[in-house]
Design a protein around this ligand. Structure first.
Ligand code: C2E
Ligand code: MG
Ligand code: MG
Length: 565
């Protein structure tokens, strides 16, 4: 081998080793160019690398064949090397020459062989890296996982470009329903297509990963936020090749717009924020998209504190019943009362809105509700013993109770234990959002009715109240929320006015008692009378009262009402 050729060989060999070990992203094009030059140097006409993931795959001939070069000149094998990796994958490299070309000298053969061996070990290392990457950074279904997400966050942070990006955690809504509607396999396609839809929008500058189940996280440049929100609010997603079969997919999501001054210590700084806001977005009473704000941290701390001190507070009897009278608007007589909870904590009264929603996130609320029912029953029992003119008292029960298969027994146990005649108890429940809850609600209301205990639909008019709710469930009372109550009735055709009128007459035609909550003005009392809805509860008569004051009202028995026309 002449001196020049040997020199060129060493230069090319060094270039090849450099490109294989440079550490920066591997440049495949450059690498192939080097190999090409080497082949030219030794008149190699063709080079083939075969890759098999296992020995049995090799036997069966099921592998990948990478043809690195073929100039079409010849097929005479000059070197063939087979390498078995420690994961039992097989890599085979074969080099060919043209029949008519001069064969390699011994020295040339050794040089070519060295190149081939180096190439094979490089391919094997690369394949191993891909396998490790797939194992560590992707889940079983091939979605990038949370480790991919963390790595992407670290990379952005490294480049100091986290600000300018928006992170999001989202949970697909009702995905189990979609799965049961279209089947598991089509459900997988739906999920993949929805994922791809988002991936397409955010492109290479962002990432979307699956956290598990139907939970995902993504991060992208701020300019895509609107578009992503639109997709999360709900879009049709196809699950067949033609795109004819489609379902609407939406998600509840927590966003975090990363601020300029954001201090990143680790990925948890981002993930915790989007998970926290996403959790809020999942609640029935919240918007399905929630943006993170530092206020949430304070609220979370407060909520945790409430949960922590609740059991002791209950034991120490810090919760008390206040009674708000329900009044007949024609006679001014008290015809009932609603029991509302007040928390006496460190000399202050904590209003229900500050603790009920927190307790409602867990089953803690059930303990409180049963405690309230027990207090009410004790009061009624005492009033009866004192010979008072007792009225029916309604107690609020959270929807959380509906999963309790023995709810009815629990209620009856408390009522019986206090020997309260059933007609004095009414249970208030709010409407439900899911079919399962609806069935439970129906069962509970029916059961209570059989026991002679009244039931009422609370807050009718807000949220998801459907007419089905009052058609299919045998309620006694409809509590119409104040949002249905016209404030000004100047315009007879005003929508609120019309709805109020018709809701009242429909409910009455169905044999339901109607009561309006939140009545505050004389004019509202007149509107109630005009619509023949005769029972009101509201500040016009009284706020919720401590028991002693309510007892005084029971004695007085009558409020002044506006003169009739
Ligand atoms: P709710 O059951 O709809 O109770 C009526 C709420 O309206 C009460 O608020 C009452 O004080 C208020 N209200 C009554 N009249 C008027 C009025 O004229 N104007 C205005 N602006 N408001 C009026 P409160 O006591 O703050 O209770 C809020 C909610 O907390 C209740 O709404 C109920 O959902 C829940 N809650 C209260 N106590 C309990 C309880 O023991 N258990 C459960 N599960 N929930 C409870
Ligand atoms: Mg109520
Ligand atoms: Mg209400």
């Amino acid at each position: 081998m002449d001196k020049n050729k040997t020199e060129t060989y060493y230069i090319l060999f060094e270039k090849m080793i450099n490109s294989m070990t440079s550490g920066v992203k591997f440049d495949r094009r450059e690498f192939v160019e080097i190999l090409d030059e080497i082949c030219n140097l030794f008149h190699i006409s063709k080079g083939v690398t075969e890759f098999y993931t296992s020995l049995s795959k090799e036997k069966a001939g099921q592998g990948e064949i990478l043809i690195d070069r073929d100039n079409g000149r010849g097929d005479k094998v000059v070197v063939r090397r087979r390498l078995v990796t420690n994961t039992m994958a097989v890599i085979i490299g074969t080099l060919y020459m043209a029949e008519e070309d001069e064969p390699l000298t011994n020295e040339e053969f050794l040089k070519v062989d060295l190149i081939l061996r180096a190439l094979l070990s490089f391919v094997s290392r690369n394949r191993l890296q891909v396998a490790v990457e797939m194992l560590g950074f992707y889940d079983d279904s091939g979605y990038p996982n949370v480790r991919s997400y963390s790595r992407f966050l670290e990379q952005l942070n490294e480049k100091k470009s986290l600000p300018g990006h928006t992170a999001v955690h989202f949970n697909l809504r009702h995905f189990s329903l979609i799965n049961s509607d279209v089947g598991k396999d089509a459900g997988d396609v739906v999920m993949r297509n929805y994922f791809n839809l988002i991936k397409e929008v955010i492109g290479e500058d962002g990432i979307i990963c699956r956290m598990g189940g139907d939970n995902f996280v993504a991060i992208f440049e701020n300019r895509y936020t609107e578009q992503i929100m639109e997709i999360l609010r709900g879009v049709p997603v196809a699950y067949d090749a033609a795109g004819d079969k489609r379902v609407i997919v939406s998600a509840s999501a927590g966003f975090f717009i990363i601020p300029e001054e954001f201090a990143f210590r680790n990925e948890g700084d981002v993930i915790n924020k989007i998970m926290m806001s996403s959790l809020i977005a999942r609640r029935d009473d919240a918007d399905s998209i929630v943006f993170y704000s530092d206020k949430m941290l304070v609220m979370k701390d407060q909520a945790m504190r409430i949960r922590r001190i609740f059991p002791k507070a209950l034991e120490d009897k810090e919760f008390r019943v206040f009674y708000q009278p329900k009044v007949d608007v024609l006679s001014g007589r008290i015809v009932g009362a609603e029991a509302l909870c007040r928390w006496f904590r460190e000399g202050k009264i904590v209003p229900p809105m500050e603790f009920i929603p927190v307790l409602e996130q867990h089953m803690d609320i059930c303990q409180l509700d049963f405690y309230m029912l027990d207090c009410v029953c004790k009061d009624i029992n005492r009033w009866l013993a004192e010979g008072r003119n007792v009225v029916r008292v309604s107690v609020n029960l959270s929807r959380k109770h509906l999963v309790d298969a023995d709810l009815l027994e629990h209620i009856m146990e408390i009522v019986e234990k206090n020997q309260v005649p059933h007609r004095y108890i009414e249970i208030e429940l709010t409407e439900t959002t899911t079919d399962v809850e609806f069935k439970d609600l129906k069962r509970v209301v029916k059961g209570l009715q059989e026991q002679g205990i009244s039931t009422s639909v609370d807050d009718f008019g807000i949220g998801y109240s459907s007419l089905n709710l009052i058609r299919e469930i045998p309620w006694n009372v409809l509590k119409i929320d104040r949002c249905f109550l016209p404030v000004e009735d100047d315009c007879e055709t005003d929508v609120t006015n019309l709805m109020f009128k018709h809701v009242v007459s429909m409910a009455q035609a169905m044999g339901l008692e109607c009561i309006v909550e939140g009545v505050e003005t004389t004019r509202q009392i007149e509107i109630l009378r005009e619509n023949h809805c005769n029972i009101a509860q509201g500040f016009y008569f009284d706020k919720p009262l401590p028991v002693e004051e309510f007892e005084k009202r029971m004695e007085e028995a009558c409020y002044a009402v506006p003169e009739g026309e």
